[in-house]
Design a binder for this molecule. Structure first.
Ligand code: MRU
Length: 353
């Protein structure tokens, strides 16, 4: 079924950040309007906006809102900058795993340093430009990731993907779904199998929705169905996104990604990670150093508002897991493809950045 196209994930207008409220998809299209950095942090924490690059872009606009507030409140000197620093910390603490969040905030902070001695008016203007650049670059990078990734696809293929690494998780086009989108444009997509992605169902609610809107053939499966499909020879390749990639290529992504990588390896199916350089954290030596977010037990003891587990049951709900680099056939970035990733190859990517 071909739909109307994926709605915009976020946009900044009249000094407000408008976020497509992804908690309500696919049943309702509604934008959550944020007028302050605290409101942006709450939207990230509550997952109205989610997906590493989209979180980063939102944080950049949250930072901009802090700058606008500082100007409108007439703050000067230390007061001006400490107001922004408080907002930085609030935004940075919203979710721990996606490195794009802190990456975008640091980029905004560096820009602010550059214009430190200018008028508040000028600072606002320049910070607005920087947030817009982070947005535009993310979109452009995803198109490049799509192009590099589709070159790896041989003939008409069946894809498996997990969670949502699409337009909804980014400024637009998507990373893993960018690869799928570009492959579809080249007539290389037979079918995309989308894991429903328990517990928050990003695959069912978002990926299935997005691919249908884009007219890409998609079939929804339960997470536990993936192995059986691989065994039957129905999957040609797996492509997923990433929340944080350590210097050696170990990759944190939505819980269940590691299981898929192990299954893919057993069945000799290529397993690809698609992510921009802003998701790579060179400060972490391996994936063991990645801070994995633990979320509320209620997300798995209930489905929606319906309780499905006995009161008081112990429940573990890590939102992400880490796939060792050895299980990843290649990491697809805007700078090109890193085959069999390791520290040297990943560091080399940054040399011309
Ligand atoms: O908890 P979420 O929905 O923010 O998790 C998102 C993912 O795991 C995505 O795969 C990842 O952020 C990459 S999005 C391009």
């Amino acid at each position: 079924m071909s739909g109307k196209g994926t709605p915009e994930t976020l946009y900044f207008k009249d000094n407000m950040l408008h976020l497509l409220d992804q908690r309500l998809l696919p049943n309702k299209l509604s934008y959550r309007v944020c007028k302050s950095p605290e409101e942006v942090a709450a939207a990230v924490r509550e997952m109205s906006v989610r997906g590493a690059p989209a979180i980063g872009v939102s944080a950049a606009y949250g930072y901009l809102l802090a700058v606008i507030e500082a100007k409108e409140k007439g703050f000067t000197g230390t007061d001006f900058f400490s107001h922004i620093e408080t907002a930085f910390n609030t935004l940075a603490g919203a979710r721990p795993t996606a490195v794009n969040l802190v990456w975008a905030l640091q980029r905004m902070q560096e820009k602010l340093e550059h214009y430190r001695d200018c008028s508040a008016q000028m600072i606002c203007l320049e910070m607005n430009k920087e947030a817009d650049s982070i947005f535009a670059e993310d979109y452009r990078n995803n198109m490049l990731i799509g192009k590099h990734g589709s070159a790896l696809v041989e003939g008409k293929s069946s894809f498996l993907t997990h969670c949502n690494a699409g337009a909804l998780a980014t400024a637009g086009y998507g990373t893993a779904l960018g690869v799928i989108r570009a492959s579809h444009e080249e007539g290389k997509v037979l079918k995309v199998y989308a894991d429903e992605t328990r517990p928050l169902l990003q695959g069912a609610r978002l990926t299935a929705f997005e691919l249908m809107e884009e007219g890409v053939p998609v079939a929804l499966i339960t997470d536990s169905c993936a192995g059986s499909l691989m065994q039957q020879g129905k999957i040609d390749l797996v492509v997923v996104g990433a929340d944080r990639i350590a210097a050696n290529g170990d990759t944190a992504n939505k819980i269940g990604t590691y299981s898929l990588a192990v299954l893919a390896s057993y069945h000799w199916i290529p397993f690809y990670v698609a992510a921009p350089l802003s998701t790579i954290d060179l400060s972490l030596v391996t994936g063991q150093d990645i801070n994995i977010e633990n979320r509320a037990a209620e997300e798995i003891t209930s489905i929606g508002r319906e309780k499905v587990a006995p009161d008081g049951v112990e429940a573990l709900n890590p939102a992400f897991d880490v796939t060792p680099a050895g299980l990843i056939r290649a990491i697809i970035t805007e700078k090109g493809v890193v085959h069999e990733p390791d520290r040297d190859k990943i560091e080399a990517l940054f040399h011309n950045w």
